[in-house]
Write a protein that binds this ligand. Structure first.
Ligand SMILES: NC(=O)c1ccc[n+]([C@@H]2O[C@H](COP(=O)([O-])OP(=O)(O)OC[C@H]3O[C@@H](n4cnc5c(N)ncnc54)[C@H](O)[C@@H]3O)[C@@H](O)[C@H]2O)c1
Length: 226
């Protein structure tokens, strides 16, 4: 049986979610492959080693390039802040490895187009973390739309509600910085746009209205510095 040897980059919220899924998926689904948790990378070396031990990865790296170069890895999963997706995915594709990259794919359209080209040239399997699309309920809706059962679709109404930064005391994070790919549109809107495309097709025009409610945040939790 083919072996998928996972190299996971990032140990934050989504790194943990990927690790849990890779670790348990074969207990839930009959897979045509076996999975091995080969390597885990995080910029913080201590956290990389601690999480590798706790989550069952064989090796820990603090330099993500070493994880990509590691011959034990043939699938690279990227769960780092958005501006890092591009260099990491491009390096993994150049090494001929399959890539599972978190959303939003990149910070700019140019980078996304370069990644798309590189993925096609590499001829490897690639996926972006639009996980909600794989909810059976959504697949059912897609089938109802494409079979014509729902008739002509004339509108799509979507909402993605999150309150995890609603509290003004929530500290600054990379999500607050446009140069790190932060902002509500990239973070949450990307899920909604991907869902709209998945169900009803491409977007032709966009009109947006946005507001930044909290303009300053504590530098770190509990700090007076903003
Ligand atoms: N698909 C989803 O539903 C979903 C949900 C949440 C987040 N995400 C996406 O997942 C990604 C990560 O989000 P998060 O909430 O886990 O962020 P996070 O801040 O909790 O975690 C980011 C991780 O990246 C690590 N990191 C930062 N720089 C690094 C480097 N140079 N080398 C190695 N590791 C580095 C950090 O140490 C941290 O462990 C984002 O792209 C986000 O949009 C997707």
């Amino acid at each position: 049986m083919r072996e998928l040897r996972i190299g996971l980059i990032g140990t934050g919220f989504m790194g943990r979610a990927h690790a849990l899924a890779f670790r348990h998926v074969s207990a839930v689904f009959e897979l045509p492959v076996t999975l091995r948790l080969a390597a885990l990378a995080d910029a913080d070396p201590q956290r990389a080693s601690q999480c590798a031990r706790a989550w069952g990865f064989q090796t820990a790296h603090s330099d993500w390039q070493r994880l990509i170069d590691d011959p034990a890895v043939n699938v690279v999963a990227i769960t780092t802040p958005n501006h890092l997706h591009f260099p990491m995915a491009m390096a993994a594709l150049a090494a001929g490895k399959a890539v599972y990259c978190e959303k939003p794919l990149t910070v700019t359209l140019e980078e996304a187009e370069q990644m798309n080209q590189a993925a096609k040239a590499a001829g490897v399997v690639t996926r972006v973390g639009y996980n909600y699309q794989h909810n059976p309920m959504i697949e059912w809706a897609r089938q109802m739309i494409s079979s014509g059962e729902l008739g002509q679709i004339i509108s799509f109404d979507g909402e993605f509600s999150e309150d995890f930064m609603a509290d003004a005391a929530s500290p600054w994070a990379w999500r607050c910085e446009p140069q790190h790919g932060g902002g509500a549109l990239g973070d949450l809107g990307s899920h909604l746009l991907a869902m709209a495309r998945h169900l009803v097709g491409d977007v032709q025009a966009v009109c947006a209205d946005s507001q930044t409610v909290h303009r300053q945040r504590p530098a770190v939790a509990g700090s007076k510095e903003t």
